[in-house]
Design a protein around this ligand. Structure first.
Ligand SMILES: NC(=O)c1ccc[n+]([C@@H]2O[C@H](COP(=O)([O-])OP(=O)(O)OC[C@H]3O[C@@H](n4cnc5c(N)ncnc54)[C@H](O)[C@@H]3O)[C@@H](O)[C@H]2O)c1
Length: 258
């Protein structure tokens, strides 16, 4: 790797596994100091320890992004440790998939608390510092569910559509302060969240193969492929990219049918 994020300090939420872990590893390899803001103490500690063992700067801060006070405390601790925050990757997210009318009442709140409100809590905590420095990049991990619908996945796409609205609103609001806010919309990426989804089917392996087959490249994405795009958006290579979303789905959302 090179030094594309040299001297930058980046918070990555949900970095204990999956896309967040891949992003933390890619950011560290590109020279950033990374804060692993994760509520799973075991995975968060393990990722930070493995990065430190490779000679990178990484700090685990136990954070539940659905709790505003924990997000504020996490950012305060990161500021005490590193002095400023250049990048926030809002990656922590959960799949909450239901048939709308049979969805238990609390599931709506559980989904929005993490997938949308969690992003706002963390972003709100870093924005004052970024505005003061006249520079910052917020990268929100949205989804193809931000613009397309798979039946029986309610209310996840509602929250992810909202996340695109948040990205655009804040990107416009703070652009003149040097803060860029963008989203990445991954399609199917091979992580635990995808495996858990396949496991909801009677034949998980058949569903996995069906998923591969429905994509133009006949495979699904890798966490590292999302991480590389996050590196680009966080770097100084994308200074005029703001309030938009980059789709990473192998072209699936453009294909009418095969
Ligand atoms: N995997 C996919 O196919 C896919 C596709 C589109 C979008 N996404 C989005 O990418 C992001 C990461 O997904 P993934 O597949 O790596 O998921 P994952 O389940 O493998 O990892 C999510 C991580 O977030 C953490 N987390 C969950 N709730 C949290 C909370 N309240 N506070 C802090 N951390 C929390 C988990 O502990 C876990 O480490 C999510 O926002 C997801 O919606 C994933």
């Amino acid at each position: 790797m090179t030094d594309r994020l040299k001297n930058k300090v980046a918070i990555i939420t949900g970095a204990g596994q999956g896309i967040g872990e891949a992003t933390a590893r890619a950011f560290a390899a590109e020279g950033a100091a990374v804060i692993i803001a994760e509520f799973n103490e075991q995975t968060g500690t393990a990722v930070a320890a493995s990065l430190n063992a490779q000679g990178y700067q990484a700090l685990f801060i136990k954070t539940d992004v659905s709790k505003p006070e924990q997000c504020r405390a996490m950012v305060d601790e990161a500021l005490r440790a590193f002095g400023r925050i250049d990048v926030l990757v809002n990656n922590a997210g959960i799949n909450v998939f239901h048939d709308p009318l049979s969805m238990p009442e609390d599931e709506w709140k559980r989904c929005f608390a993490v997938d949308l409100e969690g992003v706002w809590h963390c972003t709100r905590a870093v924005l004052p510092g970024m505005r003061a420095h006249k520079k910052g990049s917020v990268v929100n991990i949205a989804s193809v569910h931000s613009f397309a619908i798979i039946p029986n996945t309610f209310p996840y796409p509602v929250a992810k559509h909202g996340l695109l609205g948040l990205t655009r609103s804040l990107g416009i609001q703070y652009a003149a302060d040097g803060v860029r806010v963008n989203a990445i919309s991954p399609g199917y990426i091979e992580t635990q969240i995808a495996v858990d989804y396949w496991n909801t089917f009677d034949d998980p392996d058949a569903e996995r193969l069906r998923t591969y087959d429905m994509h133009p490249p006949k495979r699904i994405g890798k966490p590292e492929e999302v991480a590389m795009t996050a590196v680009f958006l966080a770097s100084d290579e994308a200074p005029f990219i703001n309030a938009t979303a980059i789709v990473i789905d192998g072209g699936k959302s453009v294909m009418y049918h095969d």
